[in-house]
Design a protein around this ligand. Structure first.
Ligand SMILES: Cc1ncc(C[n+]2csc(CCOP(=O)(O)OP(=O)(O)O)c2C)c(N)n1
Length: 325
């Protein structure tokens, strides 16, 4: 795969961002209608996630995610219908059989596994995957996504330390949105940037603007090349804003200042990316309007279809458990 971002790749990335946003907005509406139990939004993280995936090779590389990787899962090839089936817990839901928090479980078709709510567990798991790849002489890179809050877990330290000692092909991709639920970054760490911690493990630490697809793409490509050359892990800190509260159950007006919340839209990656793509003649304003319409139509169709599907039958309630009816 070439590492050039040509027009068609840029269009595809922006389309994924638009579908992610339309679907994410729809899920919040479905939550307020009492149809979707809970959702953690990726709004604000779309550019960061889509550009990171674009720099890698999904047919070879491994991705360990957590609950906020809505755009990642779409970029890796899950469909809007699958996503809605997950959020609405409908029969045939692929990740956990409609038994879990959305975006939890496994998605074998796109090689995603073991994603959960237990903050930080994906970090040592990713290092294990990378160790297996190194032992098999595979050229694969493992990318692990985590938040600023997860960076405070012991798991994070152990994973980075081990990966660096053994020069494992890992990209530690921290999406720093400044909050772990209601806890701001300043109460998580006494340093300004998570990326500066990389020096303590003997690996490069790179700070990128997570609203800039070009910046994220370049940093991730460089980290992947480094990993494939056998030079070990890289820590990338991608700064983003969490545009919405932690989940649909949260109210960030209780812990964020009013002017802070009002200023969030300045860090919205959708208009930022749209403006960039127009300025370099990849898209026109009318292309963007058409693409926005298309994304809404895709989401409308999926909502209509999945909304009418049945829930799992009550007779399946105790499947895979030791309990009996
Ligand atoms: C081990 C563990 N501790 C605490 C929690 C409760 N919890 C759920 S999400 C979360 C915040 C995580 O924040 P961050 O890693 O910054 O990711 P973000 O949600 O901001 O994307 C916490 C503390 C948990 N699920 N697991």
């Amino acid at each position: 795969m070439t590492n050039e971002l040509n027009k068609s790749r840029l269009k595809k990335m922006f389309r994924t961002m638009l579908i992610s946003r339309a679907l994410d907005e729809r899920v919040w509406i479905l939550n307020r209608q009492g149809k979707a139990a809970i959702a953690a939004s990726a709004q604000g993280h779309e550019a960061s996630q889509v550009a990171c995936i674009e720099a890698l090779d999904p047919s070879l590389d491994h991705f360990l995610i957590y609950y906020r990787q809505f755009t990642v899962t779409l970029a890796l090839g899950t469909t809007p219908e699958e996503q809605l089936r997950t959020f609405l817990a409908k029969d045939g839901e692929i990740m956990s059989g409609a038994r879990q928090f959305p975006l939890h479980g496994s998605h074998p078709r796109v090689d995603l596994f073991s994603f959960s709510n237990v903050v930080g567990t994906q970090l040592p798991q990713a290092v294990g995957v990378a160790l297996a790849d190194k032992m098999r002489d595979s050229n694969a890179v493992t990318v692990v996504f985590f938040g600023d809050g997860a960076a405070s877990q012991g798991d994070c330290h152990e994973a980075m330390n081990f990966a660096s000692i053994h020069s494992l092909p890992v990209i530690f991709f921290c999406e720093n949105n400044g909050y772990a639920i209601s806890v701001p970054l300043s109460k998580q760490m006494a340093v300004e940037n998570i990326s500066s911690r990389a020096a303590g493990y003997g690996m490069p630490g790179v700070l990128v603007d997570g609203t800039d697809i070009f910046d994220v793409f370049e940093a991730t490509s460089e980290a992947a090349n480094r990993a494939r050359r056998g030079e070990g892990p890289t820590l990338i800190e991608s700064t983003v804003e969490r545009l919405l509260p932690h989940t649909t159950d949260d109210d960030h007006s209780k812990y964020r200042r009013k002017d802070d919340i009002e200023g969030l839209s300045r860090m919205d990656p959708l208009p930022i990316t749209a403006e960039k793509l127009v300025s370099i003649n990849v898209l026109s304003k009318s292309d963007i309007q058409m693409m926005e319409k298309e994304a809404k139509l895709i989401v409308d169709d999926a909502t209509e279809k999945i909304g009418n599907e049945p829930y799992p039958g009550v007779e399946t309630m105790l499947l895979h458990s030791d309990l009996e009816f």
